[in-house]
Design a protein around this ligand. Structure first.
Ligand SMILES: *Cc1c(COP(=O)(O)O)cnc(C)c1O
Length: 384
């Protein structure tokens, strides 16, 4: 059996090496390194894949969120509702722009922000919501969009972990993650589901005006070179990354299928262990399994992780400390709503290896090891 990795970027690359190497070298030979044709083509191809009107490439997922927020012309102190159970970037950009983060709780089973928590947190100063499609499935967008409409709030979907996931509305129509709100923001960080060979990100929008605004902000606030209408940033997706992403985009659905295969395997072998909750799949969204995250009920997480490590199985905790408890946020302008689920999850979640290259024998070994450990571990929650 090959050594098990948490993610296997090299294994994935090796399968498409010839195509990738040629594309990268073609860019090198073209000398169109920034804003070249590869980026335009990638933007168009991703827009087609997502059925989104506009895709704007940028330097990374954090920038995507920041630029989308900048395009809303908010004022210092305006409130932005977001989960605390997410990667720091989601709220970092709110703080950077001197806006106020309002942290709300997530669903204990799907791990995504709940419409109820959002609605409860709305104040006269609320201007926007950033739902996060955490671990690879969409937050419950239909009610979230209704709340946003009712209160005239902008919606920025953080879809850094869920590119390609699809949400179905009650009328039977469906939309891809990141194309339901005013903006979708994604990351092409190498380990993301659509990963570049360096940093990259993109903003999606179906709104022509917002598209123009975002393009201007991402390019130093200029429409015409050296004429700067607004204060912008320098955030670009370079041509080499775009060339890599164009190739990987063609495989994205196949990659999601490989991740789902691994998730199904885990589910089947682990669902009946009473001390473990396997991740719940939303009834309304497909799952692209950026992470496969267990919730441990009667087990010590450290001991569990140590045991896995001793048996050669890497694992990780996303995230051990929610944003509202981070030191860096002590002085940030924020409001904390009820975050009891978040504070419980931070102590009990753990993610198993999840990538496109997991083999049957690796999956069998991982699930056997987890099952063995669970048997040895006399549950504290089970009656004797
Ligand atoms: C990765 C990630 C980001 C940030 O993306 P970068 O490209 O690393 O800047 C933002 N939000 C979430 C939920 C992420 O997982």
């Amino acid at each position: 059996m090959k050594p098990i990795q948490l993610v296997d970027l090299l294994g994935q690359y090796n399968k498409i090496k010839d195509e990738i190497d040629k594309a990268v070298l073609d860019v090198v030979g073209s000398s169109a390194y920034i804003m070249g044709p590869e980026m335009k083509q990638f933007e168009t191809e991703l827009a087609n894949y997502l059925n989104a009107k506009h895709v704007i490439g940028c330097a990374n997922g954090t920038d995507a969120l920041q630029i989308a927020l900048m395009a809303l012309d908010l004022q210092p102190g305006d409130e932005v509702i977001t989960p605390s159970f997410t990667y720091i970037a989601t709220a970092e950009v709110i703080a950077l722009l001197h806006l106020k983060s309002v942290f709300v709780d997530v669903d204990p089973e799907t791990f995504t922000v709940t419409p109820e928590a959002i609605e409860k947190a709305i104040s006269p100063n609320t201007k926007a919501i950033i739902p996060v499609h955490l671990y690879g499935q969409c937050a419950d967008m239909e009610p979230i969009l209704e709340i946003a409409k009712k209160h005239n709030l902008a919606v920025i979907e953080d879809t850094a972990q869920a590119i390609g996931a699809e949400y179905t509305f009650s009328d039977g129509s469906s939309r891809k993650a990141g194309t339901m709100g005013d903006f979708g923001c994604t990351s092409f960080f190498p380990s993301k589901n659509l990963g570049a060979f360096g940093d990259g990100g993109a903003i999606f929008t179906n709104n022509d005006e917002l598209n123009k605004k975002v393009r201007m902000i991402a390019n130093h606030g200029q429409k015409r070179k050296y004429y700067h209408d607004v204060i912008g940033v320098n955030s670009r997706l370079d041509s080499i990354q775009a060339a890599v992403l164009r190739i990987k985009l063609k495989h994205l659905d196949e990659y999601a299928a490989a991740r789902n295969h691994a998730a199904d395997f885990y589910d089947e072998k682990l669902a009946n262990i009473s001390d473990i909750s396997v991740p719940k799949r939303s009834e309304k969204s497909t799952h692209v399994f950026h992470q496969y995250s267990l919730k441990l009920n009667g087990m010590e997480r450290d001991a569990f992780q140590e045991e896995l490590k001793a048996k050669g199985i890497p694992s990780n905790v996303y995230y051990p400390l929610p944003i509202h408890l981070q030191k860096g946020f002590e002085k940030a302008d924020c409001r904390k709503e009820d975050l009891s689920v978040t504070e419980d999850l931070m102590q009990h979640v753990i993610s198993l290896p999840m990538h496109t290259e997991l083999t049957e024998d690796q999956l069998q070994y991982i699930t056997d090891t987890v099952t063995e450990f669970a048997k040895k571990n006399v549950s504290v929650s089970q009656p004797v």
